[in-house]
Structures are given as structure tokens and as C-alpha cells.
Design a binder for this molecule. Sequence first.
Ligand SMILES: O=C(O)[C@H](O)CO
Length: 376
Amino acid sequence: MKVLVAPDSFKGSLSAMEAAQAIKEAIEEVEQHAEIVLLPAADGGEGTMATMVEATEGRLVSHSVEDPLGRKVAASYGVLGDESTCVVEIAEASGLMRLEYEERDPYRASSYGTGELIRHALDAGFRNFIIGLGGSATNDAGAGMLEALGMKLLGENGESLPRGGGSLSKLAWIDDSGFDRRIKESRFVIASDVENPLVGANGASAVFGPQKGAPPEAVGKLDANLRNFADVVERQIGIALHDRKGAGAAGGAGGAMQAFFSGQMQRGIDVVLDAILFHQHVGTVDFIVTGEGKTDSQTLSGKTPLGIAEAAQKAGKPVILISGMVDRESLPLLGPYFTEIHSVVGEGVTAEQSIAEPYRQLKLKTKKVMAAYLKN
Ligand SMILES: O=C(O)[C@H](O)CO
């Protein structure tokens, strides 16, 4: 029996590799002779860089940059094994993982640190980039990232605007005269975890603002600010970002990338599956196990388990989902993609227990699931 284990990270509790190890140990305890292929995966968000660096035997480069609130932190970008492609993940410098829960503030949070990482990689001579979008703490349309690369975002009287999505209402003019010229010489693959538009009911602020700390009454204001950014961009360069697919990724950084960086936007999971050679393995196994921290309807906008399920279905292989939590209301939507769906939380396991001992609880759940699955 051969099994492919390809989970995403369980955000905030297990890296994708740790989750894969827990699942592997559980399968081995149920079926000693199982051959297990570990391919931890990611979708553009947190963990994308680590997964791709590990799969290609690349390396990390660390640099001191600003976190979403402007504090200096050590952050990394990855250089893939080909020694010519860099992976910069927005979650690394500008992600939710950089903030305590009560520090989340999409008015102030800025993507500046991500721009600093790109600039450092440009200084080091790199011109091939994969930019992972997802897991951000920001709602600033990538304004901070643009500024770190020399763009000036100005108000009506030519004044510089404070960092963060809160000040985009005052944006009147973008001065690109100082924008790093090396951007034009570079090739960018934009690996996005979602395909949401920039504004509106499915836009960045409405869908992802609340998880970044936006109270309900702030969502409309943040959305209007992104709309103003899109209006200014359209006026100046003729690109309408408002309803563009993927422009709402990473708090609108997907929009900035589409407007000012030459390159194509792809689903992050597809970029990662190619890098980890998933398609070469999927045909050779009996079934696949995947999972993530929380599975809900957002999973279907291009998150890791969806990409894995689509690839498994194409290869005619069963795929079992075991996530930390599964939103019961989304089950009818998720059902068609997975052979089985399981949640660690539930049946006697509380959310607190699963957060306190994530490795052990994932392993215990997987053992139960596997014992039942292999009996049939
Ligand atoms: O970073 C975010 O805003 C979400 O992960 C969607 O891209």
C-alpha cells in the first residue's frame, strides 16, 4: 500500500512538515508496511516558501525588515535549488503570524517589509521571483510593498501618506518616477491563495478584513479605501483592478502586483504542486491524505486541500481530508471534492485540546480514520 501525505500547515500550531509527520506516524501504526510519500504543500500563504525551499533543496536568506506594524524583525526569502529563483511570501514579513491577536489592525498594518525583502533579493542579483500571496495581516493594496520599492503614494497636496490601509482614502496620486527599475527587468510568478476581486462583497476587506481585526463597521470603510486606490490606478495607468480576479489576495497586494509587476498570476497551490513534483507521485499511490488548520467555504477559493483534491480526482485517486476544524455548514459544498472529511475537533476533542497538543491530536484522529478506512 502506498500513500501520499500532502497537508498544508495547521496555521499557528503545526508546520506542513510537522502535520505530514504526524499523519505518517499514525498510518504506520495502523499499517506497518505502508509506503508513505511526504509532500507537505502550501497555496501561496504561510509555509509556501519553506515548502518550496525544502522540496528543491534550496536555502533561506534572512534580512532585517519591518513587520506589519513597523517593528524591525528578521524575515527570510527563499532561494530555490536552481539558485536563480527567489520565493518571497507576504506572510513572512507582513503576515498575521507576526502579530498578537490583539495587535491585528488592518488600518495600520503595512506590507512594507515584503517590499524590503524583494529589494534585498534584487540587490543580491535575483530577477526571477515567485511571490506568495496569502496569510497577510494587511489591507493596504500592497501600498507599503510599493513604497519600499520606491513608489510614492501621495495625498491631494503631495504629502506622503501614513502606512496602512486606513490612509488609502486620502490617496490622490501615485508617483512612480522612483519605482525600482529592476522590477521591469524581472520576471514574477504571482502565486495567490485566493481569486477574490479587490472590492465589493467578495473583495479583500469584506472577506478577509474580519480575520485581520476589522470590526464589522470598519469593513465598508476599508473597502472604500481599496476602491479609491483602484480608481487612482485606473486614472493613471488605465488598469481597472476593482473586479479583477485575484486582485483581492493578501489585502489587495494581488492588485498592486497585477498593476505594477510584469508577470502572471497563478493559483498558489498549482505553483507549489509543480515545484514539489506532486503530479509525478499522485498516479503511483493508492490514496492521498491532506488537511489544514481550518476547512470552510474559503478552502474552495483555491486553498491547498482543494488543489490536492482536484489533482487526486484527475488521477482517479481517493483523497481523505483531516483538518483541525471543519465548518459543518460548508460540508455540502466540500463533499464533492473529498472521499472522506474529518475534523480533529469534535467527538470528545475540544478546540483548546487540539491547540494545546496539535501533533498528538492529529495523530490520534488520523489513526482512527485510517483504521476505519483500511478495514473497508
Ligand atoms: O492574506 C489574505 O488576505 C488572505 O489569505 C487572502 O489572500
